[in-house]
Design a protein around this ligand. Structure first.
Ligand code: FAD
Length: 448
């Protein structure tokens, strides 16, 4: 009787889940497990921010809850625990005498430490890890270059990849059998927000993301088919206000409630029916950015988390200014375009891509503070936090990453004029500007 544990990590889905599919194929009994890692849910970043703020925490709790229901519908139970994954999984593996643990392989520092520690423990009882891929559009093995030779600029990467590397088909939903059900282990309770020290909350600004695989598929259906928003994505993608200007797939991608291959496949279906447009292509283009940062993480390893970034050159050590940091975090810099974006982040856990670029550039180049502080603040607050996307983008904006242009600094006034000319976004998040003339509000963004 072959028993396999499938350890759900950032792959909280049943569709297109190679590791789960394979476990169900090779094993007589599959034991799905999810563990809320104390270090991630109760720990702090180096600057003392909670590693997982309430927005992402709630989103993950909802995603795990939906996964449990989904698995139950298919005849499996999801075992849930909180603590240290390598210890808990080792205990379960020893107790149930499993043969292996399958999971999606992670490539970033903290995640690798966990999987390595677990693997070494498993060896002591004659068991093994089985690693799978599932986070990316492209497979490393399909690339036309070894990962160590991956181009360091996005444009070069895209040119070498998109025409030549096919995106593989998503795995269909696996076949479950009654005998995959197992017994005699406590299912465990899914913790609530209070368990992690957060009060329950609701968001009334139209940016309330509900976690889970089914929620992800509903959102994608809404964006592509119900509203046909993909049709105009290229023109709307830099907007700031509301839900519909971009796909809002990032929280789901970060927890693996959906895979990039699934989004790609759906966009392709849309193109087959409606023709391919610059907009439909651009959704895939953005997914390539996501892959690119992952490949940068794989190629440069821990450098993406270090002050000198992947460029490995000099990076000034700015003196810390607590007042400046507080103002930036709280959205009280006096620069409305920056402040509105930070208010949105603090109130919802989300910020548009345009907003992120501006507040990061402002933080690094105007405030002249340590970019790692900004990146850690994002890590804590973002509902869609992803190590490679977050640190890769901060590397880029701090000038220590893959931006081929030196010293890029966003002109906040120009950005506000272009992307919020009537100050609608600013007034939405900063009602104190409500009665002010829009032009005057925009001018407050001038950097003097
Ligand atoms: C400083 C900074 C930090 C960021 N941190 C994160 C992060 O932690 N997690 C995260 O998912 N994204 C991050 N991004 C990228 C981007 O802002 C978000 O992916 C995007 O805003 C999410 O909204 P969406 O799903 O509607 O995106 P869409 O515009 O609909 O794009 C579709 C998908 O493409 C991917 N994508 C788009 N832009 C980027 C990009 N610049 N880099 C990587 N992937 C991209 C995302 O997976 C996104 O869901 C960051 C960007 C900046 C400038």
């Amino acid at each position: 009787m072959r028993k396999v544990i499938h350890w759900f990590r950032n792959d909280l889905r049943v569709n297109d889940n190679e590791a789960l599919t394979d476990a169900l194929k090779i094993a007589d009994e599959v034991i799905p497990v999810y563990i809320f890692d104390d270090r991630i849910f109760k720990g702090q970043t180096s600057y003392g921010f909670p590693k997982t703020n309430k927005y992402r925490c709630k989103f993950i709790i909802e995603s795990v809850t939906q996964l449990r229901t989904h698995l139950e519908e298919l005849g499996l139970r999801l075992i849930v625990r909180s603590g240290i994954p390598e210890d808990i999984l080792f205990d379960i593996a020893s107790e149930l005498k499993t043969s292996s643990i399958s999971c999606n392989r992670e490539r970033t520092h903290e995640e690798v430490l966990v999987q390595d520690a677990l693997e070494e423990k498993l060896w002591t009882i004659g068991q093994e890890m089985r690693y799978y891929r599932g986070k990316m559009l492209y497979y490393t093995s399909d690339l036309p270059f070894p990962i160590t030779q991956c181009p360091d600029t996005f444009t070069q990467f895209r040119k070498e990849v998109e025409k030549f590397v096919p995106v593989r088909d998503p795995f269909p939903i696996p076949t479950f059998h009654k005998h995959h059900f197992y017994s005699d282990i406590d299912d465990g309770v899914i913790p609530d927000l209070a368990f992690f020290g957060w009060e329950d909350f609701s968001i009334d600004k139209g940016m309330d993301f509900k976690g889970g695989e089914k929620a992800a598929l509903t959102e994608l259906e809404y964006y592509i088919w119900e509203k046909g928003l993909v049709q105009d994505y290229f023109n709307t993608r830099n907007a700031l206000l509301g839900r519909d200007f971009s796909t809002k797939m990032s929280p789901y991608l970060s927890q693996g409630c959906i895979s990039p291959k699934q989004i790609y496949t759906e966009v392709k279906k849309y193109e087959e029916k409606n023709g391919s447009t610059k907009s439909s292509y651009w959704v895939i283009f953005e997914l390539m950015w996501r892959d690119f940062f992952r490949f940068m993480g794989k190629k440069h390893k821990n450098k993406i988390f270090q002050r000198k970034g992947t460029k490995d050159g000099d990076y000034p050590k700015y003196p810390r200014n607590d007042e400046v940091l507080e103002k930036w975090m709280n959205g009280e810099t006096g620069v409305p375009f920056i402040d509105a974006n930070m208010k949105e982040l603090n109130a919802t856990g989300f910020m548009s891509n345009r907003g992120r670029q501006n507040v990061a550039s402002y933080f690094v180049h105007t405030c002249q503070q340590d970019w790692i502080f900004g990146a850690e603040y994002f890590e804590s607050f973002l509902i869609d936090y992803d190590p490679c996307s977050n640190y890769g983008n901060w590397n880029y904006l701090a000038g220590v990453g893959s931006d081929p242009r030196e010293g890029r600094k966003f002109n906040i006034l120009t950005q506000a004029r272009k992307y919020d000319p009537d100050a609608a976004y600013v007034k939405y998040w900063l009602p104190n500007y409500e009665s002010m003339d829009a032009k005057d509000v925009v001018m407050l963004n001038a950097d003097d």
